[in-house]
Structures are given as C-alpha cells and as structure tokens.
Ligand binder design. Structure first.
Ligand code: HEC
Length: 168
C-alpha cells in the first residue's frame, strides 16, 4: 500500500487558488483606490458642469475645412480619443447611438451641418431619446474646436454613405 496516494489537494491547485485570490484582491484594492472614475463616469459627471455654463443654441459655421484624407484622418483620431467610449471604435454605438446606420434621433435630415451642431451641443440631461438617463456633454466633453469637430463629421461621413455632404 502506498502512503503517497490520497493526498487531498495537490499543491499546484492550491497555488492557483491562492494565486487567483491574491490577484483578485489586489485588483479590487487597486481599482477602488486608484481608478475612482471610469472615463465614461467622468464624462457624465462633467456634463452637469458643461450644461450649467450653457451652450449657444444658434451655432453657425463660417467655413468648413477641406475634405482631405489628412483631415479625415485627424477626425478619426479625435473620434477614437473622445467619442469611441460611448459610440464604439467602429461607430456602431454603445451608450450613444450607432452613427453608421441611417437612423437619427436628434435631427430629421442627416446633413453634416446638423450632425456637427448636434455634437457641439451634446445631449443634455433628460434629452436622450433611447439611452434613458444618458447624457452626451457638449463636444463629447472634448476641448476640440468647431473645426476639429467638423473633421470628425467628415470621418463619420467617410463611414456612412447616408450622411448628406454639406461641408466642403
Ligand atoms: C458620455 C457618452 C458620450 C460621448 C463621450 C459622446 N457621445 Fe454622442 N451621444 C451620446 C448619447 C447618450 C447620445 C443620445 C442618445 C439618445 O438620444 O438616446 C448621443 C448622441 C450623439 C449624436 C446624435 C445621433 C442621432 O441619432 O441623432 C451624434 C451625432 C453623436 N452623439 C456624436 C458624438 C461624437 C462625434 C462624439 C465625440 C466628439 C460623441 N458623440 C461623444 C453619448 C456620448
């Protein structure tokens, strides 16, 4: 009879068990102390402040930038930095709506002008039509100029044939 059989738990299993436990505990501690706000929560909290400042409702553009590959690429970069968290990296939507279908919630005609104005104004508390309780801070909470927002619109147009080109 061997006396090495019937060892109740092999050491590797214990090692893994305590290993996972330790990693779990550490990451919990890390996230509660260091990652107090997700970027989305930060945007949502910031939105209140933006709306208190107020955004002009009469937004008009004196000009639009050139519809060049470089400007579309700049728009894509801005989009990925400031919009993708809510609208997804491939623009198919998340908290915010899909931007590559042809369903529009906040304006009747999907002109580049209307889309740019909507982005600049954002979607205030209580204004969301589908994403109940969600808000979009003006300019997505970004520090971008209107011209940079127009480049984001060019990027959206480059991915959505339904957008009516009213820029350059
Ligand atoms: C904090 C999340 C959030 C961020 C960041 C954000 N959006 Fe939104 N967006 C929303 C929500 C929420 C709506 C409205 C959804 C609804 O009405 O149900 C919206 C609506 C829109 C609309 C109107 C769509 C329509 O169907 O009428 C456009 C266009 C848009 N966003 C573009 C952008 C762009 C471009 C950026 C980056 C500059 C951006 N958003 C950043 C959450 C966000």
């Amino acid at each position: 009879m061997s006396n090495t059989t019937n060892k109740s738990t092999p050491n590797p299993v214990l090692f893994l068990f305590f290993g996972f436990l330790a990693v779990g505990l550490l990451s919990g501690v890390y996230s509660s102390f260091f990652l107090q706000q997700s970027p989305q929560t930060a945007y949502l909290n910031a939105a209140g402040t933006y709306y208190e400042k107020g955004v002009s409702t009469a937004i008009t553009f004196e000009s639009w930038p050139e519809r060049s590959p470089a400007n579309i690429a700049a728009g894509e970069k801005h989009y990925q930095t400031y919009c993708a968290a809510c609208h997804a990296a491939n623009l198919t939507g998340g908290i915010g709506p899909n931007l590559v279908d042809n369903e529009w919630l906040h304006f009747a005609k999907p002109t580049e002008e209307n889309i740019a104005i909507q982005i600049i104004k954002g979607v205030g508390p209580g204004q969301a039509k589908v994403a109940q309780g969600a808000v979009m801070p003006p300019k997505g909470g970004s520090p971008l100029s209107n011209t940079e927002i127009q480049k984001i619109v060019y990027f959206i147009t480059s991915k959505n044939a339904a957008v009516i080109k009213t820029g350059n």
